[in-house]
Design a protein around this ligand. Sequence first.
Ligand code: NAD
Length: 245
Amino acid sequence: MSARVALVTGASRGIGRAIASELAGAGHRVACCASSEAAKETQAEIEAGGGTALAVRADVGDADAVDAAFGEIESTWGPVEILVNNAGITADGLIARMSDEHWNDVLRTNLTGAFHTIRRATPKMMRGRWGRIVNVSSVSGQAGAPGQANYAAAKAGLLGLSRSIARELAPRGITCNVVAPGPIVTAMTDAMPADWRAVMEATVPLGRLGSPEEVAAVVAFLCSEPAGYVTGALVPVDGGLGMGH
Ligand code: NAD
């Protein structure tokens, strides 16, 4: 498989870090983006394993910061050919008490962030007539979740965004797919209430939470050359929680 230039957002920890490592293991040069300096740890981990990585700092909700990060990657390696929008946050609360700030913050990072990176990446992907875009949604985007109206709306929005992009860019050899994880062991799920994990283990057909590496393996396949005939797909990685939805 050809070595490509990849960008993974939210790559400082959890699922994003696992995706960055998996893509580096496949031989790609991987830019690891996070809103803090912490993506440098991912870069160091990849380099220690013999891979090639570059930590870039950007808040994906800030179009100028995204533009600057792309500029840094392009001047180092050339155009981004694989884009994984994984950066995400939660700010849960019941709808009647959800603040404008919590609504806007979650939409800004989870949905507008993907818009910013896709808009910046695609002109050069089109010129190269090759591209892979994977957007990390959530089982909540399909099924909804009480207390997560903002998060579920953003994650469902990623599906409409992705399928529109998939249709728009298919003639240029660019695919765009969505991966929808169920409960995965990361800092995000560590922050859930104590009884949440036990409820999830009892609800998920496979009887356990998933690992970041299990999500990363699916993302890496969708970014690969052999996945060239897969576009507009929603691929759940949820232990059977949504049974394909
Ligand atoms: P995490 O909280 O461990 O990591 C989130 C990453 O996103 C971090 O690197 C953080 O620095 C980065 N980030 C946050 N805001 C950012 C911003 N504005 N700009 C750039 N980077 C930013 O989360 P995780 O559990 O690894 O989740 C990764 C993705 O998977 C998210 O989109 C999340 O919604 C989704 N997801 C997670 C689960 C789960 O159970 N963990 C389930 C379904 C979907």
